[in-house]
Design a protein around this ligand. Structure first.
Ligand SMILES: C[S@@+](CC[C@H](N)C(=O)[O-])C[C@H]1O[C@@H](n2cnc3c(N)ncnc32)[C@H](O)[C@@H]1O
Length: 223
């Protein structure tokens, strides 16, 4: 019997989940979350309005996500993460900051794109500091690959953007090559872009900066 060997961009670790995070997942996920299913979703119906829709993949502990949603009430944000402590943490931030423009899906974003999102439903995509998978034998786990970028383009409206950032130089080079090679995309900068004002420093980024890493942002738009 052949086994399905899907290469995933994450490893689910049994990290420590605090009581507050566990409680949030139990009580708040039904309120602010969307269950994974193999059915297309209607984002305008879910958010109850017509407004720009931004997807974020891999929000970590979610501080940046909550801050962006709070400072941009004019947009709606769909945030995806697999890691339970992060999901619990962002759910608590949604409640304390009283955010109405942010929903969470706890699932592999690759499958969410494949099954749940209609074509041309997004105005933007944020992928901040995706796992760098620095060892050569793990490079295939990196999120930013030609197939994923082509997939994202299908879900982006014309003029919509993909914003990625990394503190791993060799991954930055790969991101630039992959994004440049996608014929539907156009770089907004010559190579890497200045950090847009809406993106605060992320937790992962601050750790990298302390270690002396550089930071590279890329903002490409769909032609
Ligand atoms: C290095 S962390 C960065 C977190 C955050 N963006 C930051 O900058 O602090 C990458 C995150 O992406 C999540 N992730 C990786 N692959 C994913 C996938 N396919 N679907 C959803 N989340 C994913 C991981 O669980 C992890 O929390």
């Amino acid at each position: 019997m052949t086994q399905n060997k899907t290469i995933r961009s994450f490893v689910l670790r049994q990290g420590r989940v605090s009581n507050a995070q566990r409680r949030a997942c139990g009580t708040l996920l039904p309120k602010h979350g969307i269950d994974f299913s193999e059915q297309l979703i209607d984002l305008e119906k879910i958010f109850g309005r017509r407004a720009p829709k931004i997807l974020e993949i891999g929000f970590g502990m979610g501080e940046t996500t909550a801050t962006i949603a709070e400072t941009h009430p004019e947009n709606d944000y769909l945030a995806i993460e697999v890691h339970t402590p992060g999901v619990g943490s962002l759910l608590n931030q949604i409640e304390t900051r009283e955010l109405t423009n942010l929903r969470i899906i706890q699932h592999d974003a690759v499958e969410v794109l494949q099954h749940m999102l209609p074509t041309e439903c997004l105005d933007g995509v944020h992928i901040f500091f995706p796992d760098p998978w620095p060892k050569a034998k793990h490079n295939k786990r990196r999120l930013i690959q030609p197939t994923l970028v082509a997939h994202l383009c299908q879900h982006l409206k014309q003029g919509g953007y993909i914003h990625t950032a990394t503190d791993w130089e060799e991954y930055a080079e790969q991101m630039l090559e992959v994004l440049n090679s996608e014929p539907q995309l156009e770089n907004t900068a010559t190579d890497y872009a200045p950090r847009p004002d809406y993106r605060p420093l992320t937790k992962f980024e601050q750790r990298g900066l302390k270690l002396g890493h550089g930071v590279w942002d890329f903002v490409f738009v769909k032609k």
